[in-house]
Design a protein around this ligand. Structure first.
Ligand code: G1P
Ligand code: ZN
Length: 546
């Protein structure tokens, strides 16, 4: 092929389904492989960002199927759209938090993250693309709305006619007039972690013969990061990191760190010989699951404990301004914030809503019930960060995960928490169910021993820029502190997924060690009755319980 520096203009017609969801544009791989599909979306981003010309972007992905081809397409289009320089991870790999960090560290204009997070990969799996802005975080709704609008009127895209660039070795390249720098995906991120945590204390813990841990990378992007940090830098025994090689199809599994998809790890923490600490991360490295021997830390509790122990962690001691959680996340973190006298914020689902709060210094920690925890060190949630944070707490307190949880609940009360997902529902049926829940007159009504004290459709006004986001899920609060939330997923790629979030507050330490689903049974029954899920859809039970 003759190498060209002059952009080629290719005519195209719009696709009508390129509206970014909770986390960028996420579709099946076959959808992304339709001719011009990815190109249209990427051009719509550039058309919405005229001043990207002459600037630096970061590009990387979780290595899933189609990652390599997509990166080449994006690089050519970036060059054709006048981008001056692109930093790309070796082999096109970068975890989502590593992209965020690289954007911030290099002062880049923004970046593309290629991933469908925890969704399965492979030729029939999912793919995704997300644009992040200069603060390192996901684009705000104003920008994603503009991209969607551009995608509906697109008539041409710009590219270069150039061969694929070799991304397998580090160093500079050129593509047309654009500079491309292939960077080590791990080095900068690992260096950042070292500035936040007490590596000496963690290292001593990991080298203790009586401390046994496992990190399950689920054949996804965090394998190389976890090996470099936990094994090479901190001295954990070789083999601490399992499933460490990223595979394009994640070995055929869901790279989703939860009780269902990381069952083998959960099993390894059970019984008297169980591991002291187990952790896992997802496809693109932003989610985490934390386990102790015979115990699971709900992500909601994890956020609360992280906030409560900030003084033990070098990067956070003495500077906790506030904590934010997504609306369906339990209110455990709010109680910690109240006790510490710092701010507490409730945002819509999706990490993008934390960006302004973090930028404004209103919060330091953020979390979502969906296995997402993070801080102001980047503008994405960060799986390995959460694991290191927990190791830091364990090392400095000398307590086990179970002891830490019990002490926390005794002090603050426990939020029994679970999420029930009904997947692949008919979209019209799911929308009708939500509409009826919104319209129902529930205030004051009794369900068993509980009376409804709150019933609304959650809306959020960003305290920093005043942007309003409505329709974020139906909240039903009860007089004993229990809560049920209903919302539809914004990341699915087929049909609709109904998420039912259930929580029950228990202040009495004598009643804080029961089985979650049993404690929630009456609330689950109320949720089923309120939504009429079984009558409407024929589904008697959820597909996934986390
Ligand atoms: C899900 C989670 C949400 C998270 C998002 C991206 O979105 O519920 O908390 O931010 O994935 O990881 P949903 O499918 O519920 O819209
Ligand atoms: Zn993810």
């Amino acid at each position: 092929m003759h190498e060209s520096r002059v952009p080629t203009v290719i005519s195209t017609t719009p696709f009508d389904d390129q509206k970014p969801g909770t986390s960028g544009l996420r579709k099946s791989v076959p959808a992304f492989r339709q001719p011009r599909y990815l190109e249209n979306f990427v051009q719509s981003v550039f058309d919405s960002l005229p001043d990207a010309r002459g600037r630096t972007l970061v590009v990387g992905g979780d290595g899933r199927f189609f990652n390599a081809e997509a990166i080449q397409i994006i690089l050519r289009m970036a060059a054709a759209n006048g981008v001056a320089r692109v930093l790309v991870g070796r082999d096109g790999l970068l975890s989502t938090p590593a992209v965020s960090h690289l954007i911030r560290k290099t002062g880049a204009y923004g970046g593309f993250v290629l991933s469908a997070s925890h969704n399965p990969g492979g030729p029939d799996g999912d793919f995704g693309i997300k644009y992040n802005i200069a603060n390192g975080g996901p684009a705000p709704e104003s920008l994603t709305d503009a991209v969607f609008a551009a995608s509906k009127r697109i008539a041409r895209y710009l590219t270069l006619e150039t061969p694929d660039l070799d991304l397998s070795t580090l160093g500079p390249r050129t593509l047309g007039e654009m500079a491309v720098e292939v960077v080590d995906p791990v080095a900068d991120y690992a260096a950042l972690m070292e500035t936040l945590f007490d590596f000496a204390a963690i290292s001593a813990l990991l080298k203790r013969p009586d401390f046994r841990m496992r990190f399950d990378a689920m054949h996804a992007i965090t394998g190389p990061y976890a090996k470099a940090i936990l094994e090479d830098r901190l001295g954990a025994p070789k083999g601490t990191v399992v499933n460490a090689t990223p595979l394009p199809d994640f070995g055929g599994h869901h790279p989703d760190p939860n009780l269902v998809h990381a069952a083998e790890l959960v099993e390894a923490t059970r019984g008297p010989k169980g591991l002291d600490f187990g952790a896992a991360s997802d496809g693109d490295g932003d989610r985490n699951m934390i386990l102790g021997r015979d115990c699971f830390v709900t992500p909601s509790d994890s956020l609360a404990l992280i906030a409560a122990h900030a003084e033990l962690v070098p990067g956070y001691a003495g500077r906790l301004s506030g904590v934010a959680r997504s609306m369906p996340t339990s209110r455990a973190a709010d109680r910690v914030a109240a006790k510490l006298g710092v701010g507490a914020y409730e945002t819509p689902t999706g990490w993008k809503f934390f960006g302004n709060l973090l930028d404004a210094g209103k919060v330091v920690f953020c979390g979502e019930e969906s296995f997402g925890t993070g801080s102001d060190h980047v503008r994405e949630k960060d799986g390995l960060w959460a694991v290191l944070y927990w190791l830091n707490i364990l090392a400095k307190t000398g307590k086990s995960v179970a002891e830490l949880l019990a002490a926390h609940w005794a002090e603050y009360g426990r939020d029994y928490y679970s999420r029930h997902d009904y997947e692949g529902l008919d979209t019209a049926q799911a929308n009708a169910l939500m509409a009826d829940l919104r319209a129902a007159k529930l205030a004051g009504r009794r369900f068993g021993h509980r009376a409804v004290t709150l019933h609304d459709d959650f809306a959020y006004t960003d305290p920093v820029n005043g942007e309003r986001t409505a329709g974020q899920g139906v909240r039903i609060g009860f007089d004993d502190g229990a809560r049920i939330v209903f919302r539809l997923s914004g990341t699915g790629t087929s049909g609709a997924t109904l998420r039912i979030y259930l929580e029950h507050y228990e202040a009495d330490p004598a009643r804080q060690h029961a089985e979650t689903q049993a404690v929630l049974a009456d609330l689950i029954a109320t949720a089923k009755a309120l939504s009429g899920i079984e009558d409407r859809t024929g589904r008697a039970a959820p597909d996934v319980v986390t």
